[in-house]
Design a protein. Structure first.
Length: 583
């Protein structure tokens, strides 16, 4: 090769590199890449759902309500929870929750329900339009999941650029358990976080607009209200709206009127929903029944999640709740603590770095404030320490980590270079270690080996984490087929507190507590259903300590004896469901 030829080749290489760099820096190209990744994330989940996405019991509660709303126009369950059919209202069969039932046993606005109409009504619309079935039950949740991925990516892109949005997607790839269940179940978390992020984005737009028109503050509050009627725990993250308002108010960048409009509009949808319950319950059962129902819901809030009704259980329980940060970090305690500290410091540092970009700075304050309030409540006050009660804070933490990494590299070449570059490299190494700890998930699709890995972690853990119980879709389809072939006069009963609400949603039949049968005329084709909450291998004998394989096997043998006592004449059986005849 001659000298001129060599120079020509080198020039060509340089030109190609410049073209590639220019293409990478093109926002349209970056968004094309992100769109492909988002579609892949959705497709990865759909493929998982198609095999392993059996409806979770709690999700089945709300899908049953959605089906009743679509088919009957009533906000009632497909599961009866009261043993005495002669009562219109009273405590459920366990004496825990105040319930209101119709003549068939359907429960109106069941008191222990923590998922609201923001989730239920879109599900009902899908059922109304397309009928009931597996994918009809999934489509609204999957659309919410798509909206969440898209909105979060846009938010990160607008602050930290392509790198922040890409890292966010990468974290979801290595930590798929963050959205297994919640990404496709009707449990309210994903609609709630989607509305929270939308509320934050609109509020920050309102704060920096040349003309701070009240309609933007109104819209921000209304969308935040939708988050509250999806999951009431969203109030914790949304409290950062008040924090940002206070900061801007003392800086004279926002008015009292704008803050009041946001606060009042935030309460709009929850008050409308409460008024609907007031009218319906009062018309059908009386105002006193409505008051009792309201008190029952308040008890659920105070005792089934807030921790305000009990004393703190001790340092061990606080550490257990703090350890949930490992769901987005390396499981080693030291590395989890470093990740936690990075998230804690990320908010103030990012706000300072973005001080010349008010909209971006305000968004960071909202994300960090929501994470801080939610985390403080969860660690210090949450009574039961369920992962679902902390999930929104975990997502906010992922957003903050993604922004921190991206902004660190943006300023890595500014003075003092040695410090900024060291921080950027350090955070990159930490994230790399986090990803390495999840190497089992580094497959194009979620494999059977990964699910088995989750199962082993589930047994070895002292807590019920993500994922907590996986039921194959085929197991549910098989038991639904058997029940659908039963005569219309036969009833389905459940033992103790194991309701199998997910099967009720599929069949459209009301499931009754077994003690209620003594009040009902006998039917020779009545059956008893025993579900995953009793016989699944994912069920642990204890939710507070790790379980060995031997302990699990002993526990399973005890379950087998229980089933034989409850269900002597088995007519159907698989690994997650048993049906037996009731004589």
């Amino acid at each position: 090769m001659t000298g001129h030829q060599f120079e020509f080749v080198e020039y060509g290489k340089i030109l190609i590199m410049k073209k590639l760099i220019h293409l990478y820096q093109n926002k349209y190209f970056q968004w094309a890449v992100l769109t492909i990744i988002i579609v892949y994330q959705l497709g990865r989940l759909i493929i998982f759902v198609n095999i392993y996405g059996g409806v979770d019991h709690d999700s089945g509660w709300f899908l049953g309500v959605a089906r009743s709303l679509a088919e009957r126009g009533t906000y009632t369950t497909l599961v009866s929870t009261m043993s005495d059919p002669t009562l219109a209202a009273g405590l459920d069969m366990n004496g825990e929750f105040f319930q209101i039932q119709d003549k068939e046993g359907r429960v109106y606005f069941f008191a222990e329900g923590t998922v609201g109409p923001t989730q239920v009504m879109p599900d009902a619309l899908m059922i109304k339009l397309f009928g009931s079935g597996f994918w009809q039950f999934r489509v609204a949740s999957l659309l919410f999941y798509l909206a969440f991925l898209s909105l979060a990516s846009w938010l990160l892109f607008s602050i930290g650029g392509f790198g922040a949005a890409f890292l966010f997607q990468l974290i979801f790839f290595f930590y798929p358990h963050l959205t297994v269940f919640l990404g496709y179940e009707s449990l309210g978390e994903v609609p709630a976080i989607t509305c929270i992020l939308a509320s934050f984005i609109i509020f920050t737009k309102a704060t920096v607009a040349d003309k701070k028109k009240l309609r933007w503050f109104l819209l921000s509050g209304l969308i935040g209200g939708l988050a509250l009627t999806a999951k009431l725990v969203s109030l914790l993250a949304l409290s950062s709206l008040g924090l940002l308002w206070l900061i801007l108010y003392f800086q004279k960048r926002i008015t009292l009127k704008q803050g009041l409009v946001t606060a009042l509009s935030l309460l709009c949808f929850p008050l409308i929903w409460e008024t609907i319950q007031l009218i319906i319950i009062t018309q059908k059962f009386g105002f006193d029944t409505y008051l009792q129902h309201g008190q029952g819901r308040l008890n659920v809030i105070l005792l089934a999640g807030s921790g305000l009704g009990e004393q703190v259980k001790g340092i061990e329980f606080l550490w257990y709740k703090f350890s949930l940060i490992s769901d987005i970090s390396h499981p080693h305690h030291a590395l989890s603590l470093i990740t936690f500290m990075l998230i804690t410091l990320a908010g103030p540092w990012l706000a300072w770095r973005l001080r010349n970009h008010p909209r971006q700075q305000n968004l960071v304050i909202l994300l960090w404030g929501g994470w801080l309030v939610h985390t403080t409540w969860f660690i210090l006050l949450s009574e039961n320490g369920w992962v679902r009660h902390y999930w929104a804070a975990l997502i906010l933490a992922v957003l903050l980590l993604s922004l921190l990494w991206s902004i660190l590299w943006r300023y890595a070449r500014t003075r003092p270079v040695w410090l900024n570059l060291s921080l950027a490299v350090g955070v990159t190494l930490l994230l790399g270690l986090n990803f390495y700890s999840q190497k089992q998930a580094a497959t194009f699709l979620m494999s059977d080996d990964l699910i088995e890995y989750w199962y082993q972690k589930h047994l070895a853990s002292s807590r019920i984490g993500l994922a907590w119980m996986i039921v194959p879709r085929a197991d549910q389809a098989a038991v639904v087929d058997v029940i659908q072939q039963l005569p219309s006069t036969s009833r389905v009963f459940y033992p103790e507190n194991y309701k199998s609400a997910e099967i009720a949603a599929f069949t459209g039949r009301i499931f009754y507590p077994l003690p209620r049968r003594q009040w009902m005329s006998p039917a020779k084709d009545d059956v008893l259903i025993i579900g995953p909450a009793v016989i699944s291998r994912w069920r642990k004998p204890s939710e507070t300590k790790p379980v060995s394989q031997a302990e699990q096997q002993t526990f399973v043998r005890g379950i087998v004896e229980y089933v034989k006592q409850q269900c002597p004449q088995i007519i159907f059986e698989n690994s997650n469901y048993i049906l037996c005849a009731l004589n």
